[in-house]
Design a protein around this ligand. Structure first.
Ligand code: SAH
Ligand code: SF4
Ligand code: F3S
Length: 446
């Protein structure tokens, strides 16, 4: 009998990929990931803990499921992801209507856990172990015979778990554990599987992709991230390749040269800087300086002048002065990022900066965020105007109210008119004739 699954994902691309994998593993147990909450037999919330707000959003959605569970006691509620890892069985205390808690290394067990609960073996389960030598199971073998879950032409492939950097503000090392790379062969097999299913664009994922291979007990230590990128780029059918996230501290020349040498590697680089002040970077435990960051940007542009850059910025890190913040703005002016994600600092559990005493006032943080974002918006618009009159390659993603929608190699959303038969994944050339702050418009030329 078909059962219905509702799955809601919070947080990063890694969680998005984990959710897809959970949905596919559960489809083998007869669950169809098609339901609204009110019709679901199983609800999975795949959670994120990166900022206080992300966690609050999840808890308020979870709280609102209490009534649904009272109305339909057969409904099963599972919590996965980074808040699950962080809270473990404490989630039951706060939210007694939860049935299952699975951590970031344990979600593979969901099918088995569900079977046990269905057979009446226990009322609830928690699996939150986090092992130093955890190896991502070769799940691509399990997924082999699965139908494609969605028609999206672009997919993420996780190449490593966890993080060893311990930036002072960051919850990830405690929620995702130690950094562990997946074996090369597993990654390439998964990419090949996705390509067979019709995927055209692959994004390799890790918190710190530059150190791929170096911390792995099982994988090929001699394989650098640049090597892996080259191997992936060479697989037939990978029309486009991207990756995220890169830490500036160990960004190698070899990796930067890939932007010159690999034609299917998209000309976009997300390189989180976090702050423009060396004093703040140091307290954040980011192991690079503003000067090193700017050098890397210059080197990268020497290999691919048109490369679009984006970044992440935290404003109001403990102790950040007006002078420090001015340094972040001046770095923005120096690089002129095409776009950025900027956040107000928030304390997270098990992080060093949570214990720092010189916290920045909430109002000051809001005001700095506003200043940063309004300057970024102006720059983004000016950057986008540089595309006017240029012809860019666009991968079709779908059709919206205003015609076709796709993405340029530089990672800009592009709207354009085109024939109905164009399928997601098709590559077309579009001449840009309108630039907005967040997207481009143009006309298809071929
Ligand atoms: N591994 C990536 C970042 C992953 S987290 C890297 O090293 O850059 C995504 C972003 O969330 C971070 O880049 C940072 O800007 C933001 N972030 C992380 N912890 C935060 C916190 N405690 N408060 C506010 N923003 C935070
Ligand atoms: Fe967090 Fe730093 Fe690791 Fe990124 S590199 S996940 S910010 S600890
Ligand atoms: Fe969030 Fe965990 Fe990703 S904290 S950003 S879901 S690694």
């Amino acid at each position: 009998m078909t059962k219905h699954l509702y799955i809601k994902t919070f947080g990063c691309q890694m969680n998005e990929r984990d959710s897809e994998i959970m949905a596919q593993l559960l489809s083998q147990e007869g669950y169809l990931a098609d339901a609204a909450v009110s019709e679901a037999d199983l609800v999975i919330l795949n959670t994120c803990s990166i900022r206080a707000k992300a966690e609050q959003k999840f808890f308020s959605l979870l709280g609102s499921l209490r009534q649904e569970k009272q109305r339909r006691p057969s409904l099963r509620i599972a919590v996965a992801g980074c808040v699950a890892q962080q809270e473990g069985e404490h989630i039951f205390e706060r939210m007694p209507h939860v049935d299952i808690v699975v951590g970031t290394q344990q979600f593979w067990q969901l099918p088995a856990i569900l079977r046990r609960l269905e057979q009446g073996k226990g009322r609830r389960e928690v699996a939150c172990g986090l092992a130093k030598d955890f190896v991502i199971p070769p799940f691509q073998k399990l997924l082999q015979e699965q139908p494609v879950a969605s028609s999206s032409p672009s997919k993420f492939v996780t190449i490593m778990q966890g993080c060893d950097n311990y930036c002072a503000y960051c919850v990830v090392p405690s929620t995702r554990g130690r950094e562990i790379s997946r074996p090369v062969v597993d990654i390439l097999e998964e990419v090949e599987l996705l390509v067979r299913q019709g995927v055209k664009e692959i994004t390799l994922l890790g918190q710190n992709v530059n150190s791929y291979g170096s911390t792995n007990p099982v994988a090929d230590k001699a394989t650098t991230f640049a090597d892996l990128l080259k191997m992936t780029a060479a697989l037939p059918g990978v029309l486009r390749l991207r990756f995220t996230t890169s830490n500036p501290q160990d960004l190698s020349t070899e990796l930067m040269q890939c932007f010159r040498d690999l034609p299917n590697l998209c000309p976009h680089f997300h390189l989180p800087v976090q702050a423009g002040s060396n004093a703040v970077l140091k307290r954040m435990h980011r192991k690079y300086t503003r000067e090193l960051y700017l050098d890397k940007v210059a080197e990268l542009r020497s290999f691919r002048p048109e490369i679009a850059l984006s970044t992440d910025v935290i404003v109001g890190f403990p102790g950040e002065t007006e002078e420090d913040f001015a340094q972040t703005i001046s770095l923005l002016e120096a690089v002129r990022f095409h776009g950025s994600f900027s956040f107000k600092y928030s304390d997270r559990p098990n992080t060093r900066s949570a214990a720092f005493s010189d916290k920045v006032d909430e109002q000051v943080k809001s005001e700095r965020l506003e200043r940063f974002q309004s300057r970024q918006n102006e720059i983004s618009l000016e950057r986008n105007q540089e595309f006017l009159g240029k012809s860019v390659e666009v991968m079709v993603e779908g059709r919206g109210d205003a015609g076709l929608k796709g993405r340029s190699g530089s990672n800009h959303i592009v709207h354009f008119a085109g024939p109905d038969q164009l399928q997601p994944g098709a590559l077309v050339m579009v001449t840009i004739n309108h630039a907005g702050q967040h997207s481009l418009k143009g006309e298809m030329t071929k």
